[in-house]
Design a protein around this ligand. Sequence first.
Ligand SMILES: C[S@@+](CC[C@H](N)C(=O)[O-])C[C@H]1O[C@@H](n2cnc3c(N)ncnc32)[C@H](O)[C@@H]1O
Length: 302
Amino acid sequence: MITTTRQVRPFLKWAGGKGQLIDQIALHLPPALKTGRIKKYFEPFLGGGALFFWLSEQYDFESAYLYEINPAVNLCYQVIQKNIGKLIKELNQLELEYFSASEKSKEKLYYDKREEFNVFLRRKASNSVVRRTALLIFLNKTCFNGLYRVNSQGEFNVPFGWYKNPTICNEDNLYAVSELLQKAEISCGDFSQCLEYADNESFVYFDPPYRPISTTASFTSYSKDIFDDQEQKRLRKVYGELDKKDAFVMLSNSDPKNINPDDNFFDDLYRGHRIERLNARRLINCNAERRGVITEILVMNY
Ligand SMILES: C[S@@+](CC[C@H](N)C(=O)[O-])C[C@H]1O[C@@H](n2cnc3c(N)ncnc32)[C@H](O)[C@@H]1O
């Protein structure tokens, strides 16, 4: 059973994280969750895993399958699962360095650590996985808006965040996350992997990089791979395969109708399935004018 005695929260801030939408998503979860019929949980676009952490407090899954294509983020979950003690030590050290630095030198410290992280990304070295993970968490807590964005060379390029008092090492939560992850299958790779293990006792939650709602609204560069309309269609096929297996499937995405009421991209793609529209406040968006309340879609096959 996936259970933990402590309250667990996402340990990464994540662009597109579902934290603010959970109350609305909760209204549309499969009723079979309450009857105990659902034994396996799948989150194939893991990121910060907001729904995974929230659901794990409410329901006892026998297993969870968590996939993330970004190797640095995937590694982070694996290190928390297998090497939590060493990670906490390394992260406490980084926190100490940060808070001992004068206000002026915090910015330089950030860019030094960013460069150290990028050396790891360039070399793809398999050693020092703990150091790499500690750096990723450090950067996530001290960079601008907790973004994870890379340039065309795959280098992390988010600027310093100027936070007054960031929590860099939340030890209690990281230990609780580690405990929760003991029964999880964590793997680096494509969302389609879920087809191998999902069955009629599975709940699959897809939270892919959103389809940009305008040319200026794109913030989906979590990795150097692009998630374009072809990818959205490939995902639709996987959704259909899971539906045939009688798995319970839920998918989030942007709503093109915010910009163009005649754009039926998702309504057409998922015709025949239930589509709900949720109210979201977008926090990370390069176009400041579009930070108001907008709708996002939720597609269910049940
Ligand atoms: C919208 S974010 C997920 C946010 C997450 N649900 C949360 O609450 O924080 C989408 C994630 O999918 C990952 N991703 C992109 N393409 C993928 C693929 N083909 N297979 C698996 N993961 C992918 C990205 O790296 C990113 O972390």
